[in-house]
Design a protein around this ligand. Structure first.
Ligand code: UT7
Length: 314
């Protein structure tokens, strides 16, 4: 096979909306501070009974329905997640079974907020190598399980949700729809965002991560170069939704007009590996994606891990 392409997206958010004012009842913060420093107006939080696997299944089901494929067509399911409480069984195996996908290859992958871009690359390589025909790739997170609700530097940022994409092979002779990934990590800076101990909460060096993330534009340029696409040709830019100021700074440095840039963080919060596919699904719903044109995906976060690739929009 010459390459792989995305057939469809799907997104899922839990029902409960938590506003900035709700958080200001608990910690010393304000709607004005959160909007101006992070860009979030509200976020979604899963209930105590709703798991990463439930959300992964919901998003995966939507992507599968939108793709026109049936469960029998899928032979690989990969879930990017860094927040599942129970390490076994994998979210991927259980979500696949709930979706009626019989005996697929199934595994979870943890590259924190870069997870979806990592998983998409792994799945695309698998399809191109012939190890699988059609794959379901999901980013799903319940970040609120790992929050200290009294820590105002983190509880205002992170949220819950899931997003998914169906990936298929491109027949010989047709151009690939998922460009080469540019990825990496900086484990020596692993303490910049971390959970310490089994029952710990997320802590981060917010300013350090902010500076690092806003200097990642060369990664985006490399992904464009490897795909043979100029940044000016991108019709959509979907960076990890960590902070709207990071999103806007990256877009400015790349010269991508604001209307082409995902801003899902405003109502979704930072959903780690779910943020890129969730933002894609939202942009598709809003009619902001142009089929057949190039879009740049970019993930970055704990690790410090990062990945970017250009995809052709379905
Ligand atoms: O998914 C990837 C993971 N993480 C990220 O991408 C995070 C990247 N970093 C950020 O988004 C930002 O650094 C934060 C949103 C975490 C913080 O924003 P900031 O503009 O860098 O604020 P800061 O840490 O420089 O703090 C400025 C002030 C401090 O008060 P003092 O020391 O100046 O009196 C903080 O204590 O703001 C205070 N502060 C808050 N005030 C009101 C910190 N959090 C809050 C808050 N409400 N929620």
């Amino acid at each position: 096979m010459a390459g792989a392409k995305i057939l469809a997206f799907g997104g899922y958010q839990p029902d409960q909306v938590v506003t900035n004012d709700d958080l200001a009842l608990r910690v010393d913060t304000s709607d004005e501070w959160i909007r101006s420093r992070v860009g979030i107006e509200s976020r979604r939080v899963a209930g105590p009974e709703e798991s990463v696997t439930d959300m992964a299944t919901a998003a995966g089901g939507k992507a599968l329905a939108a793709s026109g494929l049936s469960p029998a067509d899928i032979d690989l399911v990969v879930v990017a997640t860094c927040s599942t409480i129970l390490p076994m069984p994998s979210v991927a195996a259980v979500a696949a079974s709930r979706l009626g996908i019989a005996a697929p290859g199934a595994y979870d992958l943890n590259a924190a907020c870069a997870g979806f871009c990592y998983a998409l690359a792994a799945v695309a390589d698998s399809v191109v190598a012939g190890s699988s025909r059609n794959a379901l790739v999901i980013g799903a997170e319940k970040m609120t399980d790992w929050l200290d609700w009294d820590d105002r530097s983190t509880c205002i940022i992170f949220a819950d949700g899931a997003g998914a994409a169906v990936v298929a092979a491109v027949p010989d002779g047709e151009p690939a729809g998922i460009g080469p990934v540019v990825w990496g990590s900086a484990g020596e800076q692993g303490n910049k965002i971390q959970v310490t101990g089994r029952t710990g909460a997320i802590t981060q060096d917010g300013q350090g991560v902010f500076r690092w993330a806003t200097s990642l534009h060369p990664l985006a340029l490399q992904a464009c170069e490897r795909a043979g696409v100029k940044p000016s040709e991108l019709t959509a830019f979907i960076p990890h939704q960590a902070n709207l100021r990071i999103v806007e700074a990256l877009a400015r440095k790349l010269g991508i007009p604001r209307e082409r840039v995902a801003d899902d963080i405003v109502h979704a919060g930072n959903t780690s590996s779910a943020s890129v596919p969730l933002a894609l699904a939202r942009m598709a719903e809003q009619g902001r994606l142009e089929s057949g044109t190039p879009a740049l995906l970019m993930g970055f976060g704990a690790g410090l891990s990062y990945a970017a690739q250009v995809v052709t929009l379905p």
